[in-house]
Design a protein around this ligand. Structure first.
Ligand code: AMP
Ligand code: MG
Length: 337
């Protein structure tokens, strides 16, 4: 069994054919592109160029990005953005509405305040004050994100900030997939830091086997395997980016209702869907909502399956998804419902 990608929460397992591989650090993560049925480096070049373009347009930390310019002009004036940026923001708003704001692309002020990204797993001696959290939380509201017909985007109030971190990788995976398809690729694994798009199958009609990472295990260990063909598998988890304060873990997914990193029964969850963009937004939303409320909103989406892993070490899966899943851990308990 060959593990093709050891970084991130998903892994494509056991393919014997030698793929054409490209690895890069982009979008704040390790990107691995593997093509199995073509040997043309130019296809990889095109894909990487597209990923760089997406990062340059959608990053909150690159000051020249379209997102930065929307944020700088919050409460001042609408900003004309690239077509692709506009489309992603539009979809983000649709997901915000469909998840009742559990996924909210205007989460920026809270992301900036908690700044989990720069406190990588460290023990810190303070966290934001109640007052700071309240002020930032008041600036988070997708209803104040306006999309005008002619490609302009406007945040209604000064201090508001867009952050597409919960959706951009899913979108990017879909874009790479489209490029691959245009180039005639039929069998590929697109791995954006553990968020995977498994394109086609691994040959001879056999599905890809994607490892679902164990949130309690060593980096790269997986608790089970999911058989997929032409599917995105995206994971949101509390173990990916976090810091410690007084013995508690503060991770990177924030509940827009409380202003704090979510604290429910979920440790991680993986969403299997046709499109990466759907899976990514839904995964972030489910993480915020918890299992019961999350399962309710799942009815709003087609072609979305989910595997929840609780802090208690249970894997919660429905019967349909169980059809493609096999458990490979003795420590976790499988609950099919
Ligand atoms: P993911 O790993 O896809 O769940 O996305 C987490 C990233 O999305 C964070 O690093 C933030 O940039 C952003 N984010 C955090 N909380 C939320 C939220 N409630 N809604 C939308 N985006 C969020
Ligand atoms: Mg997400």
């Amino acid at each position: 069994m060959t593990i093709l990608s050891s970084v991130g929460c998903q892994q494509a397992l056991d393919n014997k054919a030698e793929p054409l591989i490209r690895t890069e650090f982009l979008m704040d993560t390790v990107i691995r592109l593997n093509i199995y049925d073509r040997k043309d480096e130019k296809i990889l070049d095109r894909a990487i160029d597209r990923l760089k373009e997406i990062e340059e347009a959608m990053s909150t930390t690159i000051s020249t990005s379209d997102i930065s310019s929307i944020n700088k002009n919050a409460g001042i004036k609408p900003v004309k953005v690239r077509k692709d940026v506009y489309q992603v923001i539009k979809q983000a708003k649709v997901f915000a509405i469909a998840t009742d704001g559990a996924y909210d692309p205007t989460i920026g002020p809270l992301v900036e305040l908690w700044d989990v990204a720069s406190k990588n797993r460290e023990e810190v001696d303070s966290i934001p004050t109640e007052d700071e959290i309240k002020k930032a939380k008041d600036l988070v509201d997708y209803n104040d994100l306006e999309l005008e017909d002619d490609g302009y985007v406007y945040l209604n109030r000064p201090g508001m900030k867009l952050d597409l971190g919960g959706i951009a990788k899913g979108y990017a995976a879909d874009e790479v997939k489209s490029i691959f398809a245009e180039e005639g690729v039929k069998s590929a694994i697109i791995d954006l830091g553990g968020d995977i798009y498994a394109m086609g199958n691994k040959g001879k009609g056999k599905p890809w086997r994607v490892g679902i990472e164990d949130p309690f295990g060593a980096a790269g260990s997986y608790l089970g395997v999911s058989d997929v063909e032409d599917k995105s598998i995206v994971t949101s988890g509390d173990y990916k980016r976090f810091f410690m304060y007084e013995g508690n873990r503060y991770h990177h997914i924030i509940d827009p209702d409380t202003g704090y990193p979510t604290n429910n029964e979920i440790s991680s969850l993986s969403v299997i869907s046709d499109k990466g963009v759907d899976g990514d937004a839904v995964a972030t939303a489910l993480f915020v909502l918890g299992i019961d409320k999350g399962t309710e909103i799942l009815n709003n989406f087609e072609d979305v399956e989910v595997i929840f892993i609780t802090k208690q070490g249970e894997i919660i899966i429905d019967e349909e998804t169980m059809g493609r899943f096999s458990l490979e851990s003795d420590e976790l308990k499988l609950v099919v419902r």
